[in-house]
Design a protein. Structure first.
Length: 295
Protein backbone atom coordinates (compact mmCIF):
# COMPACT_ATOMS: atom_id res chain seq x y z
CA UNK A 1 0.00 0.00 0.00
CA UNK A 2 1.53 3.32 -1.02
CA UNK A 3 -1.45 5.70 -1.46
CA UNK A 4 -2.50 7.70 1.62
CA UNK A 5 -5.04 10.23 0.41
CA UNK A 6 -5.40 12.70 3.29
CA UNK A 7 -2.13 12.16 5.13
CA UNK A 8 -0.35 15.38 6.13
CA UNK A 9 3.31 16.13 5.38
CA UNK A 10 4.31 15.78 9.06
CA UNK A 11 2.40 12.51 9.45
CA UNK A 12 4.02 11.20 6.25
CA UNK A 13 7.47 11.95 7.66
CA UNK A 14 6.61 10.35 10.98
CA UNK A 15 5.28 7.23 9.26
CA UNK A 16 8.23 6.79 6.89
CA UNK A 17 10.80 7.33 9.66
CA UNK A 18 9.22 4.73 11.93
CA UNK A 19 11.11 1.50 12.60
CA UNK A 20 10.53 -1.20 10.02
CA UNK A 21 10.79 1.20 7.08
CA UNK A 22 14.09 1.45 5.25
CA UNK A 23 15.74 3.81 2.76
CA UNK A 24 13.64 3.85 -0.41
CA UNK A 25 10.29 3.43 1.38
CA UNK A 26 7.72 5.84 -0.05
CA UNK A 27 4.09 6.92 -0.12
CA UNK A 28 1.85 9.17 -2.22
CA UNK A 29 -0.63 11.64 -0.70
CA UNK A 30 -2.77 14.53 -1.84
CA UNK A 31 -0.97 17.87 -1.81
CA UNK A 32 -1.89 20.10 1.12
CA UNK A 33 -1.24 23.29 -0.84
CA UNK A 34 -2.08 22.62 -4.51
CA UNK A 35 -5.41 21.43 -5.89
CA UNK A 36 -5.38 18.36 -8.18
CA UNK A 37 -1.78 17.61 -7.28
CA UNK A 38 -0.07 14.94 -5.22
CA UNK A 39 3.13 14.61 -3.21
CA UNK A 40 5.57 11.72 -3.34
CA UNK A 41 7.38 11.31 0.00
CA UNK A 42 10.51 9.12 0.04
CA UNK A 43 12.82 8.01 2.84
CA UNK A 44 16.47 8.75 1.99
CA UNK A 45 19.82 8.95 3.76
CA UNK A 46 22.81 11.27 3.60
CA UNK A 47 26.06 11.45 5.54
CA UNK A 48 25.30 14.84 7.09
CA UNK A 49 21.81 14.26 8.50
CA UNK A 50 21.23 10.50 8.46
CA UNK A 51 17.75 9.30 7.47
CA UNK A 52 15.61 12.08 6.00
CA UNK A 53 12.37 12.43 4.03
CA UNK A 54 12.34 14.02 0.59
CA UNK A 55 9.11 15.33 -0.96
CA UNK A 56 8.37 15.60 -4.69
CA UNK A 57 5.38 17.35 -6.27
CA UNK A 58 3.34 15.21 -8.67
CA UNK A 59 1.44 17.49 -11.04
CA UNK A 60 -1.62 16.71 -13.17
CA UNK A 61 -1.88 17.28 -16.92
CA UNK A 62 -4.91 19.09 -18.32
CA UNK A 63 -5.67 16.24 -20.68
CA UNK A 64 -5.14 13.57 -18.03
CA UNK A 65 -1.93 12.09 -16.76
CA UNK A 66 0.78 12.94 -14.24
CA UNK A 67 4.40 14.01 -14.05
CA UNK A 68 7.18 15.00 -11.67
CA UNK A 69 9.41 16.30 -14.46
CA UNK A 70 7.63 17.63 -17.60
CA UNK A 71 10.10 15.66 -19.70
CA UNK A 72 8.48 12.39 -18.54
CA UNK A 73 4.68 12.02 -18.29
CA UNK A 74 2.51 9.06 -17.28
CA UNK A 75 -1.13 8.14 -17.84
CA UNK A 76 -1.70 7.02 -14.23
CA UNK A 77 -0.18 7.26 -10.76
CA UNK A 78 0.67 3.51 -10.65
CA UNK A 79 2.55 3.90 -13.95
CA UNK A 80 4.52 6.84 -12.55
CA UNK A 81 5.33 4.95 -9.36
CA UNK A 82 6.44 1.87 -11.31
CA UNK A 83 8.84 3.99 -13.35
CA UNK A 84 10.48 5.68 -10.38
CA UNK A 85 10.54 2.62 -8.15
CA UNK A 86 13.95 1.01 -8.34
CA UNK A 87 15.46 -2.25 -7.28
CA UNK A 88 16.49 -2.03 -3.62
CA UNK A 89 19.94 -3.18 -4.72
CA UNK A 90 20.36 -0.32 -7.21
CA UNK A 91 22.73 2.50 -6.24
CA UNK A 92 23.94 5.59 -8.11
CA UNK A 93 27.37 5.30 -9.71
CA UNK A 94 28.39 8.49 -7.88
CA UNK A 95 28.21 6.57 -4.57
CA UNK A 96 31.23 4.49 -5.66
CA UNK A 97 34.89 5.45 -5.82
CA UNK A 98 37.17 3.03 -7.68
CA UNK A 99 40.65 3.03 -6.14
CA UNK A 100 42.77 0.07 -7.26
CA UNK A 101 42.40 -2.37 -10.15
CA UNK A 102 42.66 -5.94 -8.85
CA UNK A 103 42.41 -7.76 -12.16
CA UNK A 104 40.96 -7.79 -15.67
CA UNK A 105 39.61 -10.31 -18.13
CA UNK A 106 37.81 -10.75 -21.42
CA UNK A 107 34.55 -9.25 -20.16
CA UNK A 108 35.64 -6.61 -17.67
CA UNK A 109 37.67 -5.64 -14.63
CA UNK A 110 37.59 -6.02 -10.85
CA UNK A 111 38.40 -3.02 -8.65
CA UNK A 112 38.84 -2.32 -4.99
CA UNK A 113 36.84 0.76 -4.10
CA UNK A 114 34.70 2.52 -1.56
CA UNK A 115 30.93 2.85 -1.26
CA UNK A 116 29.87 6.21 0.20
CA UNK A 117 33.56 6.86 0.94
CA UNK A 118 33.71 4.55 3.97
CA UNK A 119 32.75 0.97 3.02
CA UNK A 120 35.52 -0.96 1.27
CA UNK A 121 34.03 -3.04 -1.58
CA UNK A 122 34.97 -5.02 -4.67
CA UNK A 123 33.49 -3.71 -7.92
CA UNK A 124 33.10 -5.97 -10.95
CA UNK A 125 32.74 -3.95 -14.15
CA UNK A 126 31.62 -5.01 -17.62
CA UNK A 127 33.32 -3.79 -20.78
CA UNK A 128 30.71 -2.28 -23.09
CA UNK A 129 29.99 -4.61 -26.00
CA UNK A 130 31.87 -7.55 -24.46
CA UNK A 131 28.73 -9.51 -23.54
CA UNK A 132 24.97 -9.23 -23.15
CA UNK A 133 24.24 -6.89 -20.19
CA UNK A 134 21.35 -9.15 -19.13
CA UNK A 135 23.73 -12.12 -18.93
CA UNK A 136 26.17 -10.07 -16.84
CA UNK A 137 23.41 -8.96 -14.47
CA UNK A 138 22.07 -12.52 -14.20
CA UNK A 139 24.98 -13.23 -11.84
CA UNK A 140 23.92 -10.38 -9.55
CA UNK A 141 20.26 -11.41 -9.74
CA UNK A 142 21.20 -14.90 -8.56
CA UNK A 143 23.37 -13.52 -5.76
CA UNK A 144 20.35 -11.58 -4.46
CA UNK A 145 18.66 -14.92 -3.79
CA UNK A 146 21.71 -16.60 -2.26
CA UNK A 147 22.43 -15.51 1.30
CA UNK A 148 24.96 -17.61 3.22
CA UNK A 149 27.94 -16.66 5.36
CA UNK A 150 30.22 -18.71 3.11
CA UNK A 151 29.08 -17.08 -0.12
CA UNK A 152 30.51 -13.69 -1.12
CA UNK A 153 27.89 -11.10 -0.25
CA UNK A 154 26.29 -8.87 -2.89
CA UNK A 155 26.04 -5.23 -1.77
CA UNK A 156 24.58 -3.43 -4.78
CA UNK A 157 24.40 -3.05 -8.56
CA UNK A 158 24.62 -0.21 -11.06
CA UNK A 159 22.50 -1.25 -14.04
CA UNK A 160 23.26 1.65 -16.39
CA UNK A 161 26.24 1.29 -18.73
CA UNK A 162 28.94 0.63 -17.75
CA UNK A 163 27.35 -1.94 -15.44
CA UNK A 164 28.83 -2.55 -11.97
CA UNK A 165 28.32 -5.45 -9.55
CA UNK A 166 29.36 -4.45 -6.02
CA UNK A 167 30.33 -7.15 -3.50
CA UNK A 168 32.16 -7.45 -0.21
CA UNK A 169 35.92 -6.99 -0.43
CA UNK A 170 38.20 -9.95 0.36
CA UNK A 171 41.70 -8.61 1.05
CA UNK A 172 43.75 -11.72 0.19
CA UNK A 173 42.18 -12.26 -3.22
CA UNK A 174 41.51 -15.68 -4.70
CA UNK A 175 42.57 -18.84 -2.87
CA UNK A 176 44.64 -20.10 -5.82
CA UNK A 177 46.91 -17.05 -5.74
CA UNK A 178 46.96 -16.85 -1.95
CA UNK A 179 48.23 -20.43 -1.59
CA UNK A 180 51.27 -19.43 -3.66
CA UNK A 181 52.16 -16.39 -1.52
CA UNK A 182 54.73 -16.50 1.28
CA UNK A 183 51.97 -16.57 3.90
CA UNK A 184 49.79 -19.08 2.08
CA UNK A 185 52.60 -21.49 1.24
CA UNK A 186 53.47 -21.81 4.94
CA UNK A 187 50.00 -22.82 6.15
CA UNK A 188 50.06 -26.01 8.22
CA UNK A 189 47.81 -29.02 7.66
CA UNK A 190 45.19 -28.09 10.30
CA UNK A 191 44.75 -24.68 8.65
CA UNK A 192 44.42 -26.26 5.19
CA UNK A 193 41.74 -28.56 6.62
CA UNK A 194 40.00 -25.53 8.14
CA UNK A 195 39.96 -23.78 4.75
CA UNK A 196 38.51 -26.92 3.16
CA UNK A 197 35.83 -27.13 5.84
CA UNK A 198 34.89 -23.47 5.33
CA UNK A 199 34.29 -24.04 1.61
CA UNK A 200 32.36 -27.25 2.30
CA UNK A 201 30.18 -25.53 4.92
CA UNK A 202 27.93 -23.99 2.26
CA UNK A 203 26.41 -27.44 1.67
CA UNK A 204 25.41 -27.82 5.33
CA UNK A 205 22.15 -26.60 6.89
CA UNK A 206 21.16 -23.36 5.22
CA UNK A 207 23.55 -23.69 2.30
CA UNK A 208 23.16 -24.75 -1.32
CA UNK A 209 21.13 -27.91 -0.60
CA UNK A 210 18.24 -25.92 0.85
CA UNK A 211 18.48 -23.36 -1.97
CA UNK A 212 18.89 -26.01 -4.71
CA UNK A 213 21.91 -24.07 -5.89
CA UNK A 214 24.70 -25.43 -8.09
CA UNK A 215 27.85 -23.43 -8.76
CA UNK A 216 29.30 -25.40 -11.73
CA UNK A 217 32.66 -23.62 -11.51
CA UNK A 218 33.94 -24.59 -8.06
CA UNK A 219 37.75 -24.26 -7.95
CA UNK A 220 40.42 -22.43 -5.98
CA UNK A 221 40.40 -19.50 -8.43
CA UNK A 222 36.77 -18.84 -7.47
CA UNK A 223 37.24 -18.93 -3.68
CA UNK A 224 38.07 -15.57 -2.09
CA UNK A 225 40.08 -15.13 1.11
CA UNK A 226 39.67 -12.35 3.66
CA UNK A 227 42.37 -10.72 5.78
CA UNK A 228 41.49 -13.12 8.63
CA UNK A 229 41.60 -16.16 6.28
CA UNK A 230 37.83 -16.47 6.07
CA UNK A 231 37.05 -18.22 2.77
CA UNK A 232 33.94 -17.62 0.67
CA UNK A 233 32.68 -18.90 -2.68
CA UNK A 234 32.54 -16.32 -5.47
CA UNK A 235 32.08 -15.97 -9.25
CA UNK A 236 28.50 -17.08 -9.87
CA UNK A 237 28.64 -16.65 -13.66
CA UNK A 238 27.81 -20.34 -14.27
CA UNK A 239 25.69 -20.89 -11.15
CA UNK A 240 22.04 -21.92 -11.34
CA UNK A 241 19.05 -22.45 -9.07
CA UNK A 242 17.61 -25.88 -9.87
CA UNK A 243 14.89 -28.32 -8.82
CA UNK A 244 16.77 -31.60 -9.30
CA UNK A 245 19.24 -31.24 -12.13
CA UNK A 246 20.34 -28.74 -14.75
CA UNK A 247 20.93 -29.66 -18.41
CA UNK A 248 23.52 -27.36 -19.95
CA UNK A 249 23.01 -25.87 -23.40
CA UNK A 250 24.78 -27.55 -26.28
CA UNK A 251 28.20 -25.98 -26.82
CA UNK A 252 28.45 -24.57 -23.29
CA UNK A 253 31.99 -24.29 -21.90
CA UNK A 254 33.05 -25.93 -18.61
CA UNK A 255 36.29 -26.04 -16.57
CA UNK A 256 37.04 -29.61 -17.70
CA UNK A 257 39.52 -30.64 -14.99
CA UNK A 258 37.03 -29.73 -12.25
CA UNK A 259 33.85 -31.04 -13.93
CA UNK A 260 32.19 -34.36 -13.06
CA UNK A 261 32.17 -37.08 -15.79
CA UNK A 262 28.38 -37.08 -16.20
CA UNK A 263 28.45 -33.32 -16.69
CA UNK A 264 31.20 -33.56 -19.32
CA UNK A 265 29.58 -36.46 -21.17
CA UNK A 266 25.91 -35.50 -20.96
CA UNK A 267 25.81 -31.87 -19.81
CA UNK A 268 23.85 -32.87 -16.68
CA UNK A 269 24.67 -30.91 -13.52
CA UNK A 270 23.42 -31.63 -9.99
CA UNK A 271 24.61 -30.81 -6.49
CA UNK A 272 26.55 -34.10 -6.72
CA UNK A 273 28.59 -32.74 -9.64
CA UNK A 274 29.54 -29.77 -7.45
CA UNK A 275 30.74 -32.25 -4.82
CA UNK A 276 33.02 -33.80 -7.46
CA UNK A 277 34.44 -30.34 -8.19
CA UNK A 278 34.91 -29.84 -4.44
CA UNK A 279 37.03 -32.99 -4.39
CA UNK A 280 39.30 -31.55 -7.10
CA UNK A 281 39.42 -28.28 -5.15
CA UNK A 282 40.71 -30.24 -2.13
CA UNK A 283 43.68 -31.41 -4.21
CA UNK A 284 44.42 -27.77 -5.11
CA UNK A 285 44.43 -26.84 -1.43
CA UNK A 286 46.65 -29.70 -0.23
CA UNK A 287 49.17 -29.09 -3.06
CA UNK A 288 49.21 -25.30 -2.53
CA UNK A 289 47.60 -24.47 -5.85
CA UNK A 290 49.08 -27.05 -8.20
CA UNK A 291 47.10 -27.65 -11.40
CA UNK A 292 44.97 -30.84 -11.21
CA UNK A 293 46.09 -33.76 -13.42
CA UNK A 294 49.40 -32.12 -14.41
CA UNK A 295 51.07 -33.13 -17.64
Amino acid sequence: RWYFRTLSRKDAERLLLSSGNKVGSFLVRESETTKDAYSLSVRDNNSAHGDIIKHYRIRSLDGGGYYISPRMTFSSLPELIHHYSRDEWEIPREALKLVKKLGSGQFGEVWMGYYKNNIKVAVKTMKEGSMDPDAFLAEANLMKKLQHNKLVRLYAVVTKQPIYIVTEYMANGCLLDFLKTEEGSQLNLPKLIDISAQVGAQWVGKGSKRMNFIHRDLRAANILVSETLCCKIADFGLARLIENEYLAQEGAKFPIKWTAPEAINYGVFTIKSDVWSFGILLTEIITFGRIPYPG
